[in-house]
Design a protein around this ligand. Structure first.
Ligand SMILES: [Zn+2]
Length: 280
């Protein structure tokens, strides 16, 4: 079985955009808020340290003062309305948390904005047009927990006893195919990104041991570009920053040596989540 080419992956993430001089600019401008989160979290999981000042400045520049639906833009010069506003809020907060800089946020403003999107039935809208789904609820709860209060944390973890863990665990572990990789639905090809979605879910319901970890490990490692770094969705495909993150996060669940532990509910390194928790 091959080994994790951690140094190569760090190099790959840092060199994604070579037109800029500084590492931080490169990571931010090319990848935008969501990519910044994936890339920077991966670097952290691999134990690499980047200078946070420029990143924090850029993240805060992406805040939009006047129009709530673009509360967090994808880039500081992006005026377009963003339908994924909730996702961006969460990811921007995740990046700030990663660098221990949650103090730069106007907590009241963010809290009011998020709370204002809650509907009477308790569900949350993803934007001002009122799109509702469970994904946005999860994102809201994550955002609220990480930053603001323990109530949302209770909502996240407290809901787990409503889940039929055996039934869900069975369906999730059925996602492992012969090659060891995990797919998203029956009859679909395996994809490294499901290492995260499936394994984090299995971990949260204490059923991660129902899949063959050894086979999954082999699959993830086989998706590496050993020459130029990065991880792809499947062996021999083109690498990208997202699958590099998902692959490394998957290896974190598999307790691969040298990869920091990741929190399955909050998609941040465990030490970062602990820091937020203890601070509150
Ligand atoms: Zn994928």
């Amino acid at each position: 079985m091959g080994e994790l080419a951690a140094d190569k992956h760090v190099e790959y993430i840092l060199s994604v955009e070579k037109r800029k001089d500084s590492v931080e600019s490169a990571v931010m401008e090319h990848l935008r808020v969501n990519g910044a989160y994936w890339g920077l979290t991966t670097l952290d999981l691999l134990g690499d340290v980047v200078d946070s000042d420029e990143i924090i400045k850029w993240i805060m520049k992406c805040q939009h003062e006047s129009v709530p639906s673009t509360w967090w833009k994808n880039m500081d010069d992006d005026d377009a309305l963003c339908l994924q506003v909730v996702l961006l809020v969460m990811l921007a907060i995740q990046v700030l948390a990663l660098f221990n800089k949650l103090n730069v946020l106007d907590v009241d403003k963010v809290s009011n904005y998020i709370a204002g999107l809650q509907n009477e039935d308790g569900s949350f809208s993803g934007d001002i047009w009122g799109e509702v789904d469970t994904r946005t609820e999860k994102l809201f709860l994550c955002s609220l927990f990480e930053v603001f209060c323990c109530v949302a944390a209770l909502a996240i973890t407290g809901a787990l006893h409503y889940v039929d863990k055996d039934l869900l665990g069975w369906w999730l572990c059925e996602r492992q195919v012969k090659s060891g990789g995990l797919n998203g639905r029956p009859e679909k090809l395996p994809d490294v990104c499901y290492s995260w979605w499936v394994l984090s879910s299995l971990t949260m319901i204490d059923r991660a041991h129902w899949i063959s970890k050894e086979k999954l490990l082999k699959f993830i490692l086989s998706c590496q570009d050993m020459e130029n770094g990065g991880i792809s969705d499947r062996p021999d495909d083109t690498v990208d920053i997202f699958h590099t993150y998902f692959g490394v996060a998957g290896l974190s669940f598999l307790e691969y040596p040298g990869v920091k532990a990741i929190d399955p509910a909050h998609a941040l390194p465990v030490d970062v989540v602990d820091r937020i928790f203890f601070r509150q």
